[in-house]
Design a protein around this ligand. Structure first.
Ligand code: FCB
Length: 454
């Protein structure tokens, strides 16, 4: 009799334990879904895109134009980092470079406007430089390529940095003045605009990790800059819409996913959750509700006509998250391939990122996606996997309008200098010769053949 009771108690305890474990696993799987596909069973050439789907490439002014004088060149000099120097000398070679776009057959080009060229000192405008951007726009349009300018892609004038840049909300009217000036000149021909590139990368690299200008390391300052960037975006969005309501205005948001190194660790998953919130969730909430990190941001709610999505990877996080770039030791799952940058290739995450931004309820433009791969050994597969993911997402009803490959050509990769080669065209920085890589040829063929007439 006594024995039976103990057996029953033991059985009940084991069942309760098993149920608890199963429940916890299910909860954590739900809370941290991290799908990994069996790519060996997937034919990534089996892709098709709706008629009107827009193919493009992306660049940024400081990374390609050369001979800049801005917050970045100051930082390069101050820290002894590799100088951007002549970069791709694109400022003098843009006509030839646009020929490369035509060779690829793309119909959209995302680039950025260098504020420091237009307003090298406060209030002194270089009309000639603005004229050059205007000529670029005309040339693109003549080629049947949609110009998609970004108004702030990490670089701005030194004088504005000296005033505190985005760390001080008082400076935002000056940024707005620049945006209005460019918009007034180009918006008769340019329909689609990105306000700011990757606000979270800008704030965390510049103010937490200290690897971008101004090289600060303060969490409080980072949070302030995040709010101010949202504020700046909202102010610019509202003003430009008023000036020309026909234009389509969005932002380019880097969605990096954070996955706990070990789902069972009571430390890893709260860390992943927190970082995911700070990087992605707080930003999306800002756009959806007008409130971000405890502050009300006037005009932010609904301030997007489209969302630009930049996607590269997921970060596998644990207790010892690096607080400086030099400690960055990108973790990867055993079966994942590390890219030259160090972080893993994780194309599955693009679907998660798409689903995440889809909640905003506006069309999605993929404004960046690509890989550092100097030997071009990974890029073909990387490209096809990501395109396959997009093709499937569209089949499942996601409203994705475009894909811009990062990048048209090798260029100055910020804190990494010229080591990281992201181009569909390789660039010989001695001779400035551009050469189409095999992956560029693959992209050219996709652009020419994978759009179906519905
Ligand atoms: C993104 C940046 C872009 C480029 C790629 C590799 O975060 O927006 O300028 O450096 O990474």
């Amino acid at each position: 009799m006594v024995d039976t009771i103990w057996v029953q108690i033991a059985a009940a305890a084991i069942s309760a334990f098993v149920l608890f474990k199963v429940g916890l696993i299910t909860y954590r799987r739900r809370a941290f879904p991290e799908p990994h596909y069996d790519w060996s069973g997937i034919d990534t050439s089996d892709i098709s895109f709706p008629e009107g789907f827009i193919w493009g490439t992306a660049t940024a002014a400081h990374q390609i134009e050369g001979s800049q004088r801005n917050n970045w060149t100051d930082f390069e000099e101050r820290t002894g980092k590799e100088p951007s120097g002549l970069a791709c000398d694109h400022w003098n070679r843009w006509r030839e470079d646009f020929e490369l776009l035509s060779e690829l057959g793309v119909s959209s080009y995302r680039f950025s406007i260098e504020w420091s060229r237009l307003e090298p000192s406060p209030g002194k405008w270089e009309e000639g430089a603005l004229g050059t951007y205007s000529e670029m726009v005309d040339d693109l349009i003549k080629r049947g390529i949609r110009p998609m300018p970004t108004l702030h892609h990490f670089s701005h004038p030194s004088w504005w940095e000296d005033r505190g840049g985005f760390a001080d909300r008082e400076n935002i009217p000056e940024f707005l003045g620049f945006c209005e000036k460019v918009f007034d000149r180009l918006s008769d021909r340019v329909q689609i605009w990105c306000t700011i590139n990757e606000p979270t990368v800008f704030s965390s690299m510049g103010y937490t990790l200290g690897q971008f200008p101004p090289g600060r390391r303060s969490i409080l300052l980072t949070l302030r800059v995040m709010r101010n960037l949202m504020h700046a975006h909202a102010v610019v969005y509202r003003s430009l819409k008023e000036r020309n309501p026909g234009c389509i205005i969005g932002i380019a948001k880097n969605v990096t996913l954070f996955d706990p190194a070990n789902r069972w660790s009571p430390i890893d998953w709260p860390v992943a959750r927190l970082l995911e919130w700070l990087w992605n969730g707080a930003w999306r909430k800002g756009i959806m509700t007008g409130k971000m990190l405890g502050s009300r941001i006037p005009g932010a709610k609904g301030s997007l006509d489209f969302v630009g999505l930049n996607y590269y990877t997921h970060f596998i996080t644990g207790l010892f998250m690096p607080t400086s770039q030099k400690d960055l030791n990108f973790a990867k799952r055993d079966h994942e391939v590390a890219t030259e940058f160090g972080y893993p290739m994780y194309a599955e995450g693009l679907r998660r990122a798409i689903d995440f931004v889809a909640e905003l309820g506006v069309p999605i433009e993929i404004t960046e996606n690509g890989v550092a791969d100097s030997s071009d050994s990974l890029r073909p597969e990387h490209l096809m996997r990501h395109l396959w993911v997009i093709s499937e997402a569209i089949k499942d009803g996601r409203d994705i309008r475009s894909y811009h490959h990062w990048s048209l050509m090798d260029n100055f990769e910020w804190a990494e200098g010229y080591k990281m080669r992201f181009g569909l065209y390789s660039v010989d920085f001695e001779t400035q010769e551009r050469t189409l890589r095999p992956s560029g040829e693959i992209y050219r063929r996709v652009v020419g053949s994978k759009t179906r007439a519905d």
